[in-house]
Design a protein around this ligand. Sequence first.
Ligand SMILES: Cc1cc2nc3c(=O)[nH]c(=O)nc-3n(C[C@H](O)[C@H](O)[C@H](O)COP(=O)(O)OP(=O)(O)OC[C@H]3O[C@@H](n4cnc5c(N)ncnc54)[C@H](O)[C@@H]3O)c2cc1C
Length: 472
Amino acid sequence: MTDARRQLIDEVRARFGKRVAVTDPVEIEPWLSDWRGRYHGHSEAILAPSTTEEVAEIVRLAGALGVPLVPQGGNTGMVAGATPQEDGSALLLSLRRMNLIRSIDAEAGVAIAEAGVILANLHAAAEDADRRFPLTLGARGSCTIGGLVSTNAGGTQVLRFGTMRSLVLGVEAVLADGSVHDGLSGLKKDNRGYSLDQLLVGAEGTLGIITAAALRLVPAISGRAVAWLGLGSPADALAVLRELERGTSHVEGFEIVPDDSLSLVLKHIPGTRSPLDGEHDWHVLIELTDDGSLDEAPEALLAKLLAPLIDSGLIEDAAITSNEAQAEAFWRIRDSISEAERTDGPTLAHDISVPVGDMPRFMIEAAAEVERVFPGTLASGFGHLGDGNVHFHVRGGATAAADWYEAQAPAITRLVHDLVTAAGGSISAEHGIGQMKRDELARLAPGRVAALKAIKRALDPKGIMNPGKLIA
Ligand SMILES: Cc1cc2nc3c(=O)[nH]c(=O)nc-3n(C[C@H](O)[C@H](O)[C@H](O)COP(=O)(O)OP(=O)(O)OC[C@H]3O[C@@H](n4cnc5c(N)ncnc54)[C@H](O)[C@@H]3O)c2cc1C
């Protein structure tokens, strides 16, 4: 251990007590690899403050000693942004002990939650106050507010309420010089130049440490209807969404599923069954919610809006339900796609976006191009069609060689990213850049990276905030 890291750990212990600097390798080990288990790093300690003042003091000490910090929440991120470097030069800074919901103002629709609050706990607290925090995703039992803010997470409810960015009213954060930015008052109007709060959203811990956030709450849900549609193409799916949007602003989920993804779920996930009897090339899962403002039952409204589209043949078949067990069974199919694909063979995932109107064509053409250039692969996209964001997965198939992933992944990913860039899209729609996409971002968007680096240099001149992530 270098003198600087040893000194930082000793100082933290002296000031805040032994448990604020964990050095037991057994306790540290689970936090050194990313969620997917592809990146492994090293850190001699996890610093675990429980107040903003402690975070500020640790950052000041780290700056003075030149020790980089890697902020970490639930460690569920998809791009290894919270994984320390292999050389062990940085220490992990866990925000998990900062887990207070400081206040919930149901009237104003605002919650102030500390960085380490787990998303599911915020959901429960908002529900107790007859409100809802609308952002949700598969990792809700482990991911934290600090991580969600820092990755500008999306999820399945973005269509109606936007990504984390649009739900953050302000943040409290410790900047690289140890000063505390307090944006928690959540002013509706504030034109004092650059928005530091929004700059920190999606910064992946490279500009400062989020210690708390003021978050928008919306009215609680009083009922929902969920539909599963069978149709002929992604273009038909988008046409259905546009028609629905003409009739209501209550559609929250609109997820596209290709037939091969459904088939893999039915094959590999026990207890699943197809929602429709016939065969369809494409499927859509729709969720429409009522927050008490609808004057008819959500199921009746959804059926009324879909009926003319079924009559016209745009929709080949549909199953609509307000039965919770059936609704959950439909969602389980959608949520099990990645697991089913992995069970079937090696899978390469890309979280990409293109302009919404171009997505149907992109999904078809990009899949055909990948399968042409890499014979034997199977490519398809599923997910948030209404946001112009799909998970574009390339599978090696059941007969893929054992080293398929290592041998093919970089070239396939480069091709997918080139196609996305040519379509005016983004190589990271929801998950961020982290370590995983850093080199690809530099290759494809050098101008953007130069601007990001200039901001980074200005706010973190010593480079102690999550170095090696997002930008080199
Ligand atoms: C099963 C599953 C489903 C998912 N589904 C979705 C989805 O639908 N949509 C979506 O957008 N994402 C999804 N994700 C990924 C998503 O990015 C994370 O779940 C979440 O945003 C990260 O929260 P975390 O607390 O685990 O952060 P971590 O993984 O610990 O950290 C993520 C990044 O934020 C930084 N960070 C963490 N805390 C702080 C802080 N307090 N201050 C500054 N920086 C910080 C880290 O350094 C890192 O760069 C999914 C992940 C899983 C495992």
